[in-house]
Write a protein that binds this ligand. Structure first.
Ligand code: ADP
Ligand code: MG
Length: 352
């Protein structure tokens, strides 16, 4: 048998499926058989262990040219971001990260010093979040650099928060602000085009410092996980915002078997995000960046109404809507009281 047979009849293009359908198709036939496997595929992390404390594990890969452009991504930032975005999956389970494993595949375009720079960033992030680097793998790639970070965390059994679990009338909360990382990326892309046209051009990026940092150096919201524990709140569901608010709300609704309503004027959007949108084009709306931009790495979660008082004064958390009945769609209500049905953007395989 050779792989060519898959090129003939019955070939399905990756672009026909999209990421989530592909994962389902590949993993559907796998049944878990170990008692210590509490949760397998389908959430931000797998949950394992037989004791009161559970271990959560997640792995994510960043590919040069797909997830980042070396032209405007300093290697130190890249190392930091690879770890930070992986730790965000641990936070999304309401868990505290403890260890990471880092695998890199690099071409000979990179020097030892360049890789040391990458690891300097990895180290800063590990130190900042009290995480231990405990292993990994080193390989050659034919072109470019690929980084995989596996994160391990722990959480008391009764505090684990899945994507499922949202209940009718629960409040929908989000940390920080939305759309800023994508707006930062738009600025970097714009400056890249200008630089390619004129290499003497010196970009003035100072006034975009916040959104650039949001894109280049995101932070996992471990602080929110700790705050929730201090306030004695266990969210009913949670996910991190990696693909954009719309896509993550749809995950929560699908897995919790419910609908939701969020209010456009409640969405937390930074003024630099709004400014970039108005600079780019009249048709670019900040709310679109918030819904579909992605890479915010904020936490999106639902709480029972009885916990409202504990969160209502938090500067870090915004309540953006509520959960509606099973069978209802996921919608956003505009200030004009129009209802817009949310659709997922997220990842799609690229057409070659
Ligand atoms: P995230 O956006 O948080 O990285 P993903 O969409 O990548 O999550 O993954 C969704 C779920 O599918 C996770 O539980 C993940 O572990 C699982 N998953 C993704 N890709 C694969 C794969 N190739 N094989 C097995 N499980 C996978
Ligand atoms: Mg993933």
């Amino acid at each position: 048998m050779d792989n060519l047979q898959y090129e003939e009849e019955g070939r399905t293009e990756l672009s026909q499926l999209g990421e989530f359908a592909l994962i389902n198709r590949l993993t559907d036939g796998f049944k878990t058989q170990n008692k210590s496997t509490v949760k397998g595929v389908g959430d931000d992390c797998a949950v394992i262990g037989t004791g009161k404390k559970k271990t959560v594990v997640s792995t994510d890969t960043l590919v040069e040219g797909v997830h980042f452009d070396m032209m405007y991504t300093p290697l130190k930032h890249l190392g930091y971001k690879a770890v930070a975005t992986s730790l965000s999956n641990i936070a999304a389970m309401n868990a505290i990260p403890r260890q990471v494993l880092v695998s890199v595949a690099v071409s000979n375009r990179f020097s030892v010093e360049a890789l040391e720079e990458l690891y300097a960033g990895i180290r800063i992030c590990c130190e900042r979040y009290d995480v231990d680097l405990v292993g990994g793998d080193t390989n050659t790639s034919l072109s470019g650099i690929i980084i995989t970070v596996t994160s391990i965390g722990e959480v008391d059994k009764e505090r684990i928060t899945y994507r499922k679990g949202a209940q009718l009338h629960d409040l929908i909360c989000v940390s920080g602000d939305l759309g800023s990382a994508y707006s930062g990326l738009l600025v970097l892309e714009r400056e890249k085009v200008t630089y390619q046209a004129n290499p003497n051009f010196q970009p003035d990026l100072d006034s975009y410092d916040y959104i650039l940092e949001r894109y280049l150096k995101p932070e996992p919201r471990i602080d929110i996980v700790k705050m929730l524990a201090e306030k004695d709140i266990v969210p009913t569901s949670m996910i991190d915002v990696s693909d954009g608010l719309a896509s993550e709300l749809l995950h929560i609704c699908k897995q919790s078997d419910c609908g939701c309503e969020v209010y456009e004027e409640k969405l937390p959007i930074d003024y630099q995000t709004t400014r970039v949108c108005s600079e780019m084009s009249k048709n670019m709306l900040p709310v679109s960046n918030a819904l579909n931009g992605g890479e915010d790495y904020e936490l999106l979660f639902t709480i029972s109404q009885k916990d409202y008082d504990k969160l209502k004064d938090s500067k870090e958390i915004t309540i953006i809507g509520h959960i509606t009945e099973k069978g209802m769609p996921a919608v956003m209500v505009t200030p004009q009281n129009t209802t817009i049905t949310l659709v997922a953007q997220g990842w799609q395989a690229h057409e070659e």
